[in-house]
Structure formats: C-alpha cells, structure tokens
Design a protein around this ligand. Structure first.
Ligand code: OAD
Length: 248
C-alpha cells in the first residue's frame, strides 16, 4: 500500500503519460525555467524560433550541438523514473502511450517503446528542402548537408521551435480522447498545446494526475497533484503490482 492507492482507486486500460524536462533533471539535464535553467542563460527568441535561426544560424547550431554533446556524455543516463515507465509499459496489458516534450533519448534508452517526441529529437536533423530526417550524433553547422537531395541541401536541428507546429498532434489527440488515465510528469505547464492535454483528457473522462516537483501553472486542472521528485514518485506510482492489484 502506498499513498497512490488512496487517490487512484481503480484499474485502467488506456494510459497516456506526458513528460517534461523535470523527468530528466535527475539525469543531469537542465530544465528550461529553473533559476539556472536553459532559458535563464539563453533568449528563447535567439535559439528556439525560426526567426532566431534565420538571423544567426551558427548560434542556433552551436546551442543544439552543445546540448547533443552533453546528452551523449557518459555521465548522462536514464534515471529511476525513465526506467519505471519502461518497465511499466512492458508489463501493462492495456494501451500505453508516452508523449514527451523532451528532445533527449532517455526514455528510449530506458526501454520505452511507444514514445512520441512532440518537440522533436536532439539526435536527429532535418533536410531544409525535403524534411527528411537524418540520425545525428556529431555537430552540424551551415556547411552540413542532407543525404536525400541532389544537389545536397542544408540541414537544421529536428527541434520544434516556438511558432512551429508540434509533431504527432493527430495521434496524441486521438489517444487523449480514449484515455482513462492521463499522467503528467515533470512539466511546468507553461507551453501549449502540451499544457492543455490534461484538460482535454479530463473532458473525455480520463482521471488526471500530475507528478511534479513544484506547483505547475496548470495544477488546478488535474484531479490529483502530487509534489515530489520524479525518481521517487514515478516508480511508486507506476508499480505494475499496484496496477494489477487494482484491476478488477
Ligand atoms: P520547464 O523547465 O518549464 O519545467 C520543468 C518542471 O519540472 C518544473 O515544473 C519543475 O518543478 C519540474 N521538476 C524539476 N526537477 C524535477 C524532478 N526532479 N522531479 C519532478 N519534477 C521536476 O520544462 P517543460 O515543462 O518540459 O519546448 O518545458 C516545456 C517546453 O518548454 C519544453 O519542451 C521546451 C521549453 O521551451 C520547446 O523548446 C519547444
């Protein structure tokens, strides 16, 4: 018995989980809005908008090259929260979709299968002409070229910038409409459309729960909100035994 047994009383068949920077914080990846976060040190307009890329592409390439190098450093590993979600997905009998706003690959490295990166991926680049994706582990710059066009064209980070459309929205919205449980983990609830998912799932009848270190901007829309560290709360909540016991 743990504290979640009292707030989540029944079993579920369709679960959608949304993760944000907070789930990777204990793996050593900076969040965006903390006092030492990425947006304290960089202006969003400079490094996370199409206009910033057009004005100073080298600065934007450099920003994501640094993030990629950091992600690929040997000290960055999936933590107990990533691992708990992957283990839960493996044992859960119903539908389980993990939507992440994160551009790191820690969910996949932990073993998660059904993952949608709605804000793109750091280890991919995109042809500016065709949109085709390219696995990317090395630095890229304005001299880097695609492998799909002839003559080869320039590539950009496969990141959804402010003012651009998040990815997989149709799939996500369909999953939200069918969800009976929606869980948000480690996100401040400041960036839409992700910040609207809880309300959307709730309207379709899902129970909504948030697990976050601090109070989020959209806390009031959740049925339940639990404050704490992802590495403690996620393994506790996504415990396959608890779910099995609850079912039926
Ligand atoms: P934020 O930096 O806005 O918020 C991170 C949240 O994680 C905060 O609410 C923290 O309280 C929480 N947190 C920090 N450490 C935690 C821990 N150990 N356990 C649990 N929670 C913890 O990051 P996001 O909400 O992910 O978009 O930001 C959303 C989007 O804004 C990002 O995907 C990015 C950014 O601009 C784009 O770049 C398009």
């Amino acid at each position: 018995m743990n504290e979640f047994n009292t707030i989540i009383p029944s079993g579920y068949n369709n679960i959608v989980v949304l993760t944000g920077a907070g789930i990777s914080a204990e793996s050593g990846i900076k969040t965006f809005r903390a006092s030492d976060g990425l947006w304290e040190q960089h202006r969003i307009e400079d490094v996370a908008t199409p206009e910033g890329f057009a004005a100073n592409p080298q600065q934007v390439y450099r920003f994501y090259n640094q993030r990629r190098q950091h992600l690929l450093g040997h000290q960055i590993k999936p933590n107990a929260a990533h691992i708990a979600l992957a283990e839960f997905e493996r044992s859960f009998k119903g539908h389980f979709l993990l939507v992440t706003q994160n551009i790191d690959n820690l969910h996949e490295r932990a073993g998660s299968q059904n993952v949608l990166h709605m804000h793109g991926e750091l280890l991919k680049s995109r042809c500016i002409q065709s949109g085709q994706l390219l696995e990317t582990i090395r630095d890229i710059d304005d001299q880097s070229r695609c492998q799909c066009c002839n003559p080869a064209k320039g590539i950009r980070p496969h990141i959804v910038w402010f003012g651009e459309m998040p990815l997989f929205m149709q799939q996500i919205e369909q999953a939200l409409s069918q969800a009976d449980l929606f869980v948000s983990i480690g996100t401040s609830g400041n960036v839409y459309p992700a910040a609207g998912f809880a309300a959307q799932a709730g309207l379709f009848g899902a129970t909504t729960l948030e697990l976050n270190l601090d109070t989020s901007a959209n806390q009031s829309v959740f049925d339940y909100s639990v404050q704490g560290r992802a590495t403690e709360l996620v393994p506790q909540f996504f415990n396959p035994h608890t779910f099995t016991e609850q079912k039926g």
